[in-house]
Design a protein around this ligand. Structure first.
Ligand SMILES: Cc1cc2nc3c(=O)[nH]c(=O)nc-3n(C[C@H](O)[C@H](O)[C@H](O)COP(=O)(O)OP(=O)(O)OC[C@H]3O[C@@H](n4cnc5c(N)ncnc54)[C@H](O)[C@@H]3O)c2cc1C
Length: 422
């Protein structure tokens, strides 16, 4: 029978979330920590992100993805954390027992004191956005195209149309251009861009790549290889407007149509997911609905900046240590509700009520000259001015230490017009 391993904690996934969580758990005193990664190297998605823009908050520096990852990898290598590469976790149960497999050890069974979920997210594919047409070669997700170019040294196409203006789509528009391809344009179904402002400027404007808002691809032409796509303008319900179709010749359609938190393992373990984020409902320690299972990074919700991924990882790692050491105590249950112009907030509930809490949220619509406010039972505990809020850019707010206690009923996060400006 396979021997059962019983480390203090297992971290699943070794992207920036997993690396940060494992290190924080270690620093908080856990002895035996296993970091399980299905890829052949550490770093998650970061090794293929060779552009800069990472770490401006954590390190106050502008780093590339590999540079950012390396700072944590170096620490992990010195820390005594046991790393399992090429190791896929196949199953996780609600009692935290799990099964993993690799070619060196075969099947591994583990019963850790705590588990941290750090599996990141996956890309939405053509089948999830239902584009009619044939199934030729040349339809590719943006992250996969990035991997081909930056890791494998392969060029997926020469004449490119990009659907979706999220950050990955914008970065790939620039990357294809730098590699000598012609990027005909980026088409975005919404009436506002999906990516960060800095990426719009640096990846599209600086390279004269057109962005077509309120547009989508309605048909893919070509039997063996993409030959063209039909694009059309959409109405306010995002439906194509007849008569606005245009044929665009291309050999590659790059999809940047969203990311989905990778929660197949979480679901099997009975972890409750939130409908707006697609990730686990978590509290201020990033503990999920299943005791002793914590989560951080993009598995919880899609973060725009890696820095926030690292912050949630540190909280989850420390939380896992508190749990294993028997120090984690719940004092109540306080919901954190999205108020005016807020789509979702992470964490969604608070249970320890004894510390400062960092909140991350996205707005529903762009708005200028606003105030970001956090209210505890109607009392404002955080209020700050923001010049602009936009759905692609995550917003941070905090609840100060001492603002919570057992008697609190709810916390509300809201974005309101800044009255002094009006
Ligand atoms: C193209 C692109 C450009 C970006 N640009 C920027 C930028 O300029 N600035 C910035 O701050 N952020 C940027 N980001 C965002 C940033 O990279 C992510 O927020 C961050 O990598 C998420 O970290 P993570 O650890 O949650 O997930 P990931 O990095 O995706 O890591 C998850 C890891 O879990 C592993 N895993 C999953 N399932 C299992 C399993 N069952 N068993 C074992 N291992 C498993 C995966 O193999 C992976 O290594 C970019 C992201 C992309 C994709």
């Amino acid at each position: 029978m396979t021997k059962i391993l019983r480390p203090d904690a297992v971290v699943i996934g070794a992207g920036p979330a997993g690396l940060g969580a494992a290190l924080a758990a270690r620093e908080a005193g856990l002895e035996e920590i296993f970091l399980l990664e299905r890829d052949f190297e550490l770093g998650g998605i970061l090794p293929q992100c060779i552009h800069d823009g990472f770490g401006s908050i954590v390190f106050d520096q502008v780093l590339t993805g590999p540079e950012y990852a390396q700072r944590f990898i170096d620490k992990v290598e010195r820390s005594g954390i046991e790393v399992f590469l090429d190791t896929m976790v196949l199953e996780l149960r609600s009692d935290r027992s799990l099964v993993a497999v690799n070619s060196r050890d075969g099947v591994l069974r583990m019963e850790p004191g705590a588990v941290v979920l750090a599996m990141g997210c996956r890309e939405r594919t053509r089948h999830q956005v239902l584009i009619p047409g044939y199934r030729p070669a040349g339809v590719i997700c943006a992250g996969a195209a990035q991997r081909y170019i930056n890791i494998e040294g392969l060029m997926p196409g020469r004449r490119v149309v990009i659907l979706g203006s999220g950050d990955i789509g914008l970065i790939m528009a620039r990357r294809f251009t730098l590699e000598g391809a012609e990027v005909e344009g980026v088409y975005e179904i919404m009436d506002h861009p999906g990516g960060l402002t800095r990426n719009l400027v640096q990846c599209l404007h600086d390279f004269d790549i057109p962005l077509h808002l309120s547009h989508t691809v309605t048909f893919i032409h070509g039997r063996k290889r993409v030959e063209a796509v039909t694009v059309a303008k959409v109405n306010e319900n995002r439906k194509p407007i007849p008569g606005t179709e245009r044929l665009v010749e291309c050999d590659t359609l790059v999809l940047s149509v969203g990311l989905i938190p990778e929660n197949e393992l979480s679901k099997k373990a009975g972890v409750v997911l939130h409908p707006a984020t697609g990730g686990p409902v978590v509290d201020e320690l990033m503990e999920t609905s299943v005791e002793g299972i914590f989560a951080c990074g993009n598995v919880v919700c899609v973060f725009d900046l890696v820095d926030y991924v690292t912050f949630t990882a540190e909280v989850a790692g420390r939380g896992a240590a508190e749990f294993v050491q028997g120090r984690r105590r719940w004092r109540g249950e306080v919901p954190v509700r999205p108020g005016r112009n807020v789509r979702f907030v992470v964490p969604q509930r608070l249970r320890c009520l004894d510390r400062e809490v960092e909140l991350y949220f996205r707005v529903q619509r762009p708005e200028r000259s606003v105030r970001v406010r956090v209210l505890v039972d109607g009392r404002v505990v955080h209020s700050r001015k923001a010049r602009m809020v936009r759905p692609p850019e995550m917003v941070r707010a905090s609840i100060p230490a001492g603002a919570l206690n057992e008697g609190v009923r709810e916390v509300v996060v809201e974005v309101t017009p800044d009255e002094k400006e009006a």
